[in-house]
Design a protein around this ligand. Structure first.
Ligand SMILES: [Zn+2]
Ligand SMILES: [Zn+2]
Length: 267
């Protein structure tokens, strides 16, 4: 028992450090590009005109690192205890057909999107919001650092998605790794503060169901609506999508792709 606890703590600390490094790498590179080196080149893509204060960045980094360690300990608990043996995580790639790697990845994303939407709705119940989710919403004007800026209880709720997932979907450990990376990428994109979707996205079928940075940015600036993570499915189905989402998305994209020299800040 003592050995098991030692193993879980050791793995948790190691994975938490990796999460921290990955956060500084992915969110850090995005922050350097959009906020430090090239803000003038990207000004037309900025969703909210102003920039959040430095104090907000430090608070977000502190909570995001803590969230990274919480998620790491949940994963360490699964990997190092009997949970892994009873789960559907598989180590040998040929245990399932090769196409299952892709199918299981998309199923995991769909499952996570549903988990996130409903947990997010729960966090917006007024008493939970005040005690827990408010930490995330202190960032009215999000930046890449906001990506995992969650209260401890929210980080636990978000991290626990892994538990039902590995019991419902046979999933290779590499798919799990890629799934974890996708969570980082979608969160940094959603909180980027800039819209970087290509022009063709709006006219494509993908726009009808895939989220954009504007979509989640509106959640932060308006405090409600647009609860989804990867997709618009649940928001559209439940009538929780912000009424002006498409209009605002179009305004930002037409500004980005216009030839006007007028800057966002001069408007
Ligand atoms: Zn929220
Ligand atoms: Zn957010």
């Amino acid at each position: 028992m003592k050995m098991l606890i030692y193993d879980i703590v050791k793995t948790g600390l190691l994975l938490g450090s990796i999460n921290g490094l990955r956060y500084f790498l992915i969110a850090g590179i995005a922050f350097l590009i959009f906020y430090i080196f090239f803000p003038n080149q990207f000004f037309k893509a900025k969703i909210q005109a102003n920039i959040a204060p430095n104090a907000a960045f430090f608070r977000e980094i502190k909570y995001s690192l803590l969230s990274g360690f919480i998620t790491a300990f949940i994963i360490a608990l699964i990997l190092k205890s009997d949970l892994k043996n009873s789960s559907l995580i598989y180590d040998q790639i040929n245990e399932y057909p090769i196409y299952w790697i892709f199918v299981s990845y998309f199923l995991a994303i769909l499952f996570h999107d549903t988990w996130f939407y409903w947990l997010h709705r729960f966090f917006h119940l007024s008493w939970v919001y005040k005690k827990v989710h408010k930490i995330h919403h202190l960032s009215v004007n999000p930046s890449p650092w906001t990506s995992f800026s969650f209260h401890v209880l929210e980080a636990i709720g978000e991290g626990l998605v892994i538990l039902p997932l590995v019991y419902l979907i046979p999933i290779h450990k590499l798919t799990l790794l890629f799934f974890g990376l996708s969570i980082f990428v979608i969160n940094v994109y959603g909180h980027l503060g800039y819209e970087i979707a290509p022009k063709w996205f709006r006219k494509s079928i993908f726009f009808e169901f895939i989220n954009s940075s504007v979509h989640h940015n509106l959640h932060h600036s308006k405090f409600k609506g647009n609860y989804g993570l990867y997709f618009r499915f649940w928001d559209r189905f439940m009538g929780t999508e912000h009424a002006d989402y498409v209009k605002i998305f179009d305004e930002i994209q037409s500004k980005r792709f216009s030839n006007s020299e007028k800057t966002h800040f001069q408007e």
